[in-house]
Write a protein that binds this ligand. Structure first.
Ligand code: XLS
Ligand code: NI
Ligand code: NI
Length: 444
């Protein structure tokens, strides 16, 4: 990655964050994330592919349902929203460079304001995208994924692809078309669908089957259009069980897999798994990763965490090394994220109003993932858990166990075996022993 920083400095007091090692007490240095360090001949930066989420880091103003903006940024001052958007983009690329993130992600409406018509919105978007393209070129920062915001504007209050009004569906389709084009223009490696309002509030006014068919139609059109324009990025579905709607159709990875397979779309999509969405669905982060990996559909990660005491998507920076190590073990075992990466879909709290809070937040998040990455590699190299799991299932490696897996036996054959062998002998699952072993890796 080139290190050139855009000329006007929006963060004049902050130097590019350096790796200083675990012993440093400099709060704005990396203790574990050493982007250039090689692991299996590949740099840590290339293994982790960290990405900054434009909507939180450059559009987050600290609003909550009880109060307005608390966070006010110098680049947001100005009358002309397009000028502000261009200036904000400069600030963003200075941030990406100084925090040493190789990627960024955006929604169309985060980076450019809407005009008074779709045509005008597209024109404004083109201007901002041209600016982003030149900043990508001068800094070397790349686009991990793009997406369309199909949830904020009131036209989408009853959904986009699942809206009961075909006119809204058409508008959403046109917006996705344009978002795909600009993602391609910026060399985006993936394209995400998070169905913010693709769900329902009440079944009294909802035809669920038609909504599901329509959502699949929208995805099918995206796949077809990508082929037409030669967009080679990976499509990703980002599941979330609720919020903003009461029930969202892409509830979790398992329901997403079923949906994609039902509509014959499984070859074109993988999953973008967000930690806080996993926990809202009543799963662990690692569970969602394992489900996606089991189907060969692990795509990318929206890196954040929730709060055990709050029942909504708090999108916090994750510094829980235990949770992240477990996730990282599953990701590495699955062969990594391919074109995906770790995108910080996370926001600072509304009380963290200083500009350097943005840096503290990302430094902590990046360090936690980097440490988890190293611990997971040690765990996998030593292979103790894998050895235990392999032994636990070894009765299926040969004999009638292998015949069960290969479909060579049925009830009759197994009945004979059960009569002959008598009562099976219970075997301990050794959970506490393994938890203690994990604790040793986490502490050490
Ligand atoms: C919201 C989602 C959203 C997606 C992109 O909860 O996480 O930010 O990542 O539309
Ligand atoms: Ni997300
Ligand atoms: Ni989210």
């Amino acid at each position: 990655m080139k290190k050139k920083i855009p000329s006007k400095a929006w963060f004049p007091k902050i130097k590019p964050i350096a790796y200083e090692g675990a012993g440093t007490d400099n709060p704005l240095a990396f203790r574990h994330y050493n982007p250039d360090e090689l692991f299996d001949g590949k740099s840590m930066a290339d293994h982790l592919r960290f990405s900054i989420a434009y909507w939180h880091t450059f559009r987050g103003a600290g609003l909550d349902p009880f109060g307005g903006a608390t966070i006010c940024r110098p680049w947001d001052a100005g009358r002309d929203p397009v000028d502000v958007a261009l200036r904000r983009m400069d600030a963003a690329f200075e941030f990406f460079t100084k925090i040493r993130a190789p990627f960024w992600c955006f929604h169309d409406r985060d980076i450019a304001p809407e005009g008074t018509s779709l045509k005008e919105s597209n024109k404004i978007l083109d201007r901002v995208v041209a600016h982003a393209k030149s900043l990508q070129k001068s800094t070397g920062v790349k686009l991990l994924w793009g997406t369309a915001n199909l949830f904020s504007n009131p036209r989408y209050m009853c959904g986009a692809g699942t809206n009961p009004d075909a006119h809204v569906f058409a508008y959403a389709a046109a917006q996705v078309k344009k978002a795909l084009e600009v993602t391609q223009e910026l060399g985006g490696e993936n394209y995400v669908f998070w169905g913010g309002r693709e769900g329902y509030e009440s079944l009294l006014n909802t035809n669920m089957k038609r909504e599901l068919d329509h959502l699949a139609a929208l995805l099918r059109m995206a796949v077809d259009y990508a082929k037409q324009i030669g967009f080679g990025g990976q499509f990703l579905i980002e599941p979330k069980p609720k919020e903003p709607t009461k029930h969202q159709y892409d509830f979790d990875v398992a329901s997403g897999v079923a949906f994609l397979k039902t509509y014959g779309l499984e070859d074109y999509f993988k999953f973008n798994i967000e930690t806080n969405h996993a926990t809202l669905a009543g799963h662990t982060f690692q569970h969602e990763i394992e489900v996606a990996a089991a189907h060969g559909m692990l795509g990318s990660i929206d890196a954040n965490s929730g709060d055990l005491l709050l029942g909504w998507d708090t999108d916090q920076f994750n510094t829980d090394v235990r949770e992240l190590t477990l996730a990282m073990v599953s990701i590495l075992k699955a062969g990594g994220l391919g074109t995906g990466g770790f995108n910080f879909d996370a926001k600072i709290r509304r009380t963290s109003i200083d500009i350097d809070d943005l840096f503290h937040a990302h430094v902590g998040g990046m360090d936690a993932y980097a440490l988890a990455f190293k611990k997971a590699r040690t765990i996998l190299t030593e292979g103790k858990f894998e050895k235990h799991v392999a032994a636990r299932y070894s009765s299926f490696d040969s004999g009638f166990g292998a015949d069960i897996e290969n479909g060579k036996v049925g009830f009759k054959e197994l009945e004979k075996i059960a009569f002959k062998l008598g009562e099976p002998k219970p075997v301990s699952a050794k959970q506490e022993m393994l938890e203690n072993l994990l604790a040793r890796y986490i502490d050490g």
